[in-house]
Ligand binder design. Sequence first.
Ligand code: GYE
Length: 346
Amino acid sequence: MRKSVQLTSAILLLAVLLTACRSSSVSESSTSASSLEKTVTVGFSQLGAESDWRSTNTESMQTALSRENGYNLIYKNGQQKQANQVTALRMFIQQDVDYIVLAPETETGWDFVLKEAQEAGIPVIIVDRRVDVEDPSLYTCWVGSDFDLEGRKVAAWIHEYTQSKGIEGQDIHIVHIQGTEGSTAQIGRTRGLTNAVRMYGWDLLAQGDGDFTEVRGREVMASFLRQYDNINVVYCENDNEAIGAIAAIEAAGKKVGPDIANGEIMVVSFDGINADAMQYLKEGKISCIAECNPHHGPRVQALIETLERGETPDKYNYVQETLFSSVQEIKSVTVGDESYEVTIVK
Ligand code: GYE
């Protein structure tokens, strides 16, 4: 009798533990093995194809939400226009898809169409950037990066590196090439820089919209170089812009690198996906890159499968990211009370 009570309790405990494990929403190691009982139709509205980050993200989604994994994926490329994304969402609603996945271009302007999805009873998963809506119940959950933290880590790296070289805040003359205005990645990364400018007394010479593309990065940097001759730091909000900026700097006959005391122009950036940018990092042409992880496919898949099991995933799901640099001296950076290790790339 006693034994069977013990056995029952052990089975119960095991069941509780298993449920607890299963309800944890996005696992980093989530594999493509599907637990679906029927084919799930997903409408995915991607914002565009502006960068290497974006193409990798699209691929990740298409691979995870594949036929083999039990999905019927309807993919729509918004071509960098919110209006196209709204049209795609309306089409998904008409087709009565099981889920809508939205990678929004900018944060605002989603209330109406998300209300329509809600009224149609279609759960919406937001991926990468966020939406700024009055009523957060208009979407089920979100998965993406902590863009504020990314910005603060890069700013901390610039601060700690220049301090280690004895360079004063007022001698740091920065130009800032921003990402698409109003996107969460732009807002967070810009905030990281703006706070640092205020805190350390850096000289912020100019800001311009590079729209996360190489072409715009090059154009904006070329125009900054025509206007200012004392630029020594370029804060680019993604690697594609950084590649464009480096081309402009080199075309102007200047040298990129971290040695700003000796006339080099330091370039810092975000993503760490583009192979050319990683090569530039190794060569010291880009001094530091905050990793931004685009592999959200398996994470979205895990969220859908959690919902399919009738469980509730966490509303906000952040991805862990590192900071890359080939500069040996700075091994970690401090943001608030936290210390973050730098991944030294050789
Ligand atoms: O950093 C940039 C892309 O929203 C995180 O968008 C994304 C950003 C990424 O175009 O390269």
